[in-house]
Write a protein that binds this ligand. Structure first.
Ligand SMILES: [Fe+2]
Length: 183
């Protein structure tokens, strides 16, 4: 499944524009982190794009988040290993069990994506005005984008240090900023 196919699948199941953008942003951070770690960029990006595919199907039942996504993805021919990573990404069920770099980075990317988008929005939608310094400062403000779990972002520290990871995330989002409705 290439990027276009992954987007086509998620937009079959996700109708909220913000959620689609969240998935694309998470995918972009995964891609750039994979590049940094000499991992498979297309695979990591795909996992990021697909990770929340079930969010509108579960009707708010977070016990089903990931489980339902895995069922959907298997029907669409996603490989067993990628499906398993997505099934397990629900930290409410699997917190404390992430050891593989791809799983750790997915946790962090899932939360950092919203934080960086929020930074862009406070700059009037100009992501190009956001710097690593902006993100570092805003990450310390607990009330800013409070839904973006700082503890999940911190999980990436042993794999990629925080300021560096912020830079990777920003580069990822800059690459697709028009798709995110940002400048
Ligand atoms: Fe997510």
């Amino acid at each position: 499944m290439d990027r276009a196919a992954a987007i086509s699948v998620i937009t079959t199941y996700i109708h909220d524009e913000h959620l689609v953008r969240h998935c694309l942003a998470t995918g972009a951070i995964m891609k750039h982190a994979a590049r940094h770690l000499h991992e498979n960029e297309a695979r990591w990006e795909r996992i990021g794009i697909l990770h929340d595919i079930d969010f509108e199907q579960i009707g708010g039942d977070m016990q089903r988040h990931g489980v339902t996504g895995a069922e959907i993805l298997l029907r669409h021919g996603t490989s067993a290993d990628e499906t398993e990573i997505i099934r397990r990404h629900n930290h409410l069920l699997h917190k404390g069990t992430y050891t593989e770099p791809v799983e750790v980075v997915l946790q962090a990317a899932d939360s950092l994506s919203g934080l960086i988008i929020a930074c862009g929005l406070v700059k009037g939608g100009n992501l190009s005005d956001v710097s690593v310094k902006t993100i570092t400062k805003k990450a310390k403000e607990k009330s800013f984008a409070a839904g973006c779990d700082r503890d999940r972002i911190a999980l990436v520290d042993p794999v990629i240090g925080s300021p560096e990871f912020y830079g990777i995330g920003l580069a990822g989002l800059m690459e697709i900023r028009e798709e995110l409705g940002l400048k």
